[in-house]
Design a protein around this ligand. Structure first.
Ligand code: GLA
Length: 380
């Protein structure tokens, strides 16, 4: 059944439109986004699709194909920060953020269908936020730019849901274009679309979802963020972005706290890796990004300390089986890794990873090749 037909079955009328927003993988630039640094994600072909029609009684009725039962009903004027741990928080949070910023947004009926894997570190929540923001922006003729919509979605997540995340995921979902990675400066939100066509080079990027989600990832994320802020304060800079790669040794020598020193080292070297990778891709030296990916993994594992045995096993096995490079992607403590391979080696490397997981007694991973795809858009 089409999403419009399902909407009609649920709400007894046709939707006013249908929108889609993708999940993402991050090529490089991990945990740099709340340090005013650089990131380079691209959009996945997997999307969250929303069929939407406005209501004039201030009621939000939200339904998802992935959740059993009737639509959830909320009143827009009662929306307030303080997560309820429900999937609907990401949607009502966006309505709240738009209204809180002074935009005239009323009630709506919404039905969602999604192919973005959840709990895999592929930004299913950002896809849900961004598809909601884009639909409401269009239907209410708010005229907001995509990077502004991304900022409001981040506010929904930070203030309404209560997760202290950066701006990368929402911007990736809102602003990526097919065939490109998005080089984003998270300080001023300036963007550059970097051509990233692996097929033309006989290569592929595999995403390996380890199907691990660590229970404490939220608290650990907040701790890393606080540690980075402590590092910036100790060094007398506004954000760790302001520590130049060339000055890293001197900066580290001025920090007494070993934990903070490691965090600072990761952020400064990671920003450098993003700029280096942009330069390599712009020169057409695509294969040369492989070792940069693997170095990024070592930094996340040893300095930032957010990897886990399953992610390390993907990276080590893939590299030992002939991958061009590999690293964990996203927030860490589980989720997914990315593996750059020659297309001719994709099956062998996939098999090697699957076998290593089985031998280690881990859950079978989910592996797919990711093609840089279009960002959020109206479908109908
Ligand atoms: C999560 C957050 C992002 C970013 C990454 C790590 O995906 O939502 O803002 O911090 O982790 O790079």
């Amino acid at each position: 059944m089409s999403i419009a037909a399902r909407f009609e079955e649920l709400f007894g009328r046709a939707p006013e439109g249908v929108w889609a927003a993708p999940g993402r993988v991050n090529l490089i630039g991990e945990h740099t986004d709340y340090n005013d640094g650089f990131v380079m994600p691209f959009a996945l072909p997997h999307t969250t699709v929303a069929a939407v029609a406005r209501r004039d009684d201030g009621v939000l009725r939200l339904h998802s194909a992935d959740v059993e039962g009737d639509p959830v009903e909320l009143r827009v004027e009662e929306l307030a920060p303080g997560g309820t741990d429900a999937w609907t928080d990401y949607v009502s949070g966006v309505v709240w953020a738009l209204r809180d910023a002074g935009h005239a947004v009323g009630g709506a009926d919404v039905h969602f269908e999604s192919t973005v894997p959840t709990g895999a570190g592929l930004s299913s929540s950002a896809a849900l936020e961004v598809v909601t923001a884009l639909a409401l922006n269009d239907l209410n003729e708010l005229g907001l730019e995509r990077s502004r919509l991304a900022r409001l979605c981040q506010r929904a997540e930070n203030v309404y849901v209560g997760a202290p995340t950066g701006i990368m995921d929402q911007t990736a979902s809102a602003c990526c274009t097919a065939g490109h990675a998005l080089f984003l400066d998270t300080r001023d939100l300036s963007q550059r679309q970097i051509p990233f066509d692996l097929a033309a080079e006989g290569m592929q990027l595999l995403v390996v979802d380890t199907r691990v989600k660590h229970a404490h990832s939220d608290g650990e994320y907040g701790k890393r963020r606080a540690g980075c802020e402590a590092g910036a304060a100790a060094l007398g800079v506004a954000a760790l972005r302001d520590v130049a790669y060339e000055d890293l040794e001197g900066a580290l020598a001025r920090l007494d706290d070993e934990e903070v020193r490691r965090l600072v080292k990761h952020i400064v070297t990671e920003n450098h890796r993003v700029e280096h990778m942009v330069a390599l891709l712009e020169q057409g030296a695509t294969r040369a990004i492989g070792p940069v990916l693997t170095e990024g993994h070592a930094s996340l594992r040893d300095d930032f300390r957010i990897s886990c045995p399953e992610l390390d096993l993907v990276v080590d096995t893939a590299n030992a089986s002939g991958a061009v490079g590999a690293r964990m992607t996203g927030g860490g403590f589980g989720g997914s890794a990315i593996v750059l391979v020659d297309t001719s080696d994709a099956d062998t490397i996939t098999k090697a990873v699957e076998e290593a997981f089985e031998a280690a007694g881990f859950k079978a991973p989910r592996v797919f090749a990711a093609v840089p795809s279009e960002g959020a858009r109206r479908l109908a």
